[in-house]
Design a protein around this ligand. Sequence first.
Ligand SMILES: *[C@@H]1O[C@H](CO)[C@@H](O)[C@H](O)[C@H]1NC(C)=O
Ligand SMILES: *[C@@H]1O[C@H](CO)[C@@H](O)[C@H](O)[C@H]1NC(C)=O
Ligand SMILES: *[C@@H]1O[C@H](CO)[C@@H](O)[C@H](O)[C@H]1NC(C)=O
Ligand SMILES: *[C@@H]1O[C@H](CO)[C@@H](O)[C@H](O)[C@H]1NC(C)=O
Length: 608
Amino acid sequence: MKQFKLTAVVIFLFFWTESLTLPTKSQDVDNFQVTQKFIEDNVGYLTIIAFAQYVQEATLEEVEVLVKKMIEFRDKCVADRTLAECAKLANDILQKSICAMEGLPQKYNFSHCCNKSDFERRLCFLYNKKADVGFLPPLPTVDFETKCHAYQQNREFFLNNYIYEFARRNPFVFSSTLLTVAAHFEEVAKTCCGEEDKASCFGTRAAPVIQNLKALSSYQKNVCGAFMRFGPKILNSIYTAVLSQKFPQIEFKEVVSLLEDISSQYNGCCEGDTVHCIQGMSNVMSHICTKQNSISSKVKECCKKTIPDRGECIIYLDKDEKPKDLPVREAKFTDSKDVCQHRDADQENFMAEFLYEYSRRHQDLSIPELLRIGEEYENLLADCCKTENPPDCYGHAEEKFNETTEKSLKMVKQECERFQNLGKDDLKYHYLVKITKMVPQLSTEELTSLSKEIVAALDMCCVQSEQFACVDNLVDLVLGELCGVNKNQTINPAVDQCCKSSFAFRRHCFEGLKADKTYVPPSTSQDLFTFHEDLCQAQNGALQRKKERFLVDLVKLKLQSKDEELHSLLTDFTNVMEQCCKTDGPESCFSEEGPKLEAKSQAASETN
Ligand SMILES: *[C@@H]1O[C@H](CO)[C@@H](O)[C@H](O)[C@H]1NC(C)=O
Ligand SMILES: *[C@@H]1O[C@H](CO)[C@@H](O)[C@H](O)[C@H]1NC(C)=O
Ligand SMILES: *[C@@H]1O[C@H](CO)[C@@H](O)[C@H](O)[C@H]1NC(C)=O
Ligand SMILES: *[C@@H]1O[C@H](CO)[C@@H](O)[C@H](O)[C@H]1NC(C)=O
């Protein structure tokens, strides 16, 4: 493993040259060669992914020009691996080639990146990625006959097109994930194109594939966002908790050793280096599979698979059983007399080991909750080790942990009760009001999308036995989206503070937020209360969106109003709509009722 890491971290080869340190252990050599072959075979796709993620506006035709170039480059290097240019970092070569494309940097406004070099350039391209893809045209709706015809006529073009569209719309998702998703998608196409009822086949089979892409993308964005904001330490904490909880029989030293590979993987994947990302993922999986005996017996089936399916298989594995003889508490951390001495000897390692011991014992907690406990413990020792009698002080650690967990459990319990008590629409309105009050600066689309995600999380989690972990994990992802991946959001001071103060306690921080005080509402109600006949034509989804838009705009206008008041005005709006649309002349009804509603809204404001 050691040698391997060196190549992965120091420089990353597109095509393996003989001149550099090569892995020595046979397992490593195998994995290295297999991965290298995989990368060489998939140069086209990896180029599409990188280009479409860095320059999301680029057209598929432009991307394909680069694909041709990179394939020629691969062939040159495969023919003669000693060429100097073949030893360069793949991502650098790719970015250099993007910059060399005539007129493109100006057309898509990234010439400032091309002016930079090395690390700076890579960072610049990374910052160029836009998480909010509202500027892209909606995906063309093509009927399934045409789709299948396209697939059967030209499989390569069909897949290129899908990978391109997936990549530019999910600019942070890992290349390894996109390749797996594309492969699954092809299976769906193969099956469904042979069916009579293609539409319903695609409908049922493609949905889970897209769902999987969204879920993994959301998770990866969140971890990369944390990594970029808080550095490698948070990544190590997250994965210490993840690995220990999933594989409670793993030894601590194995966790530590895996973290090195995981950190290298995330370095590549978060940066958007598609080649390094594949290599990194492959290293982590190979590491897990070669050390199966000291990690988990459950990974065996996954290890029979090849890249990139192996990775996905391991990600979706159920948690392994705890060792039978595991005591409920690890005495070393709370009961021993020498806790402070142990901590002082190697603080980082000590804290990591605590997190490991706690996580493998608490499989029902969420990852953020485990991180909260870790942070709590670190702060507790910082205080206790200064006192006269530290053991007296840290002897109460477990009570403290329980208090923190109680608080988080209570939050989730309330959220799920709300889910049970309110209908789906009212639940959505609740979160629309809550989130708009917190971040009125965001667009209506962003606000509705965030609320929708929270509602979807509750919908999925509240009925599960692992309710707490499920809700806490998923709602935290939504906050991660709000906080941003590759840029530090500047939304408003209170929200920015929650995003940057503590990754672990982010949920608690947001929970305490009140309506933003810095927001200056629009000076007039604009035409919020001017309604037209088109409202009457809106049905189902469209009608729902109109209501949501009305509510969001209303909240922006009346940020300090009570929730009940806002909900009541929404009800009035609905009533006006129903009432007027029933009449022969909706327009004249609207022009009468609109101002009344506006007056009511203003009267309500004045009583505040
Ligand atoms: C081009 O990019 C620069 C730097 O990111 C930015 O300041 C400028 O507003 C962008 N121009 C356009 C037209 O998007
Ligand atoms: C790039 O560098 C050149 C030469 O240094 C300069 O003239 C040009 O304005 C720079 N372009 C951008 C977008 O920074
Ligand atoms: C903490 O909570 C756990 C699980 O609910 C319980 O078993 C334990 O007794 C509690 N410890 C303390 C000190 O309250
Ligand atoms: C965001 O802020 C952190 C420190 O608060 C800094 O380390 C990081 O580089 C910043 N990220 C960006 C994209 O500016």
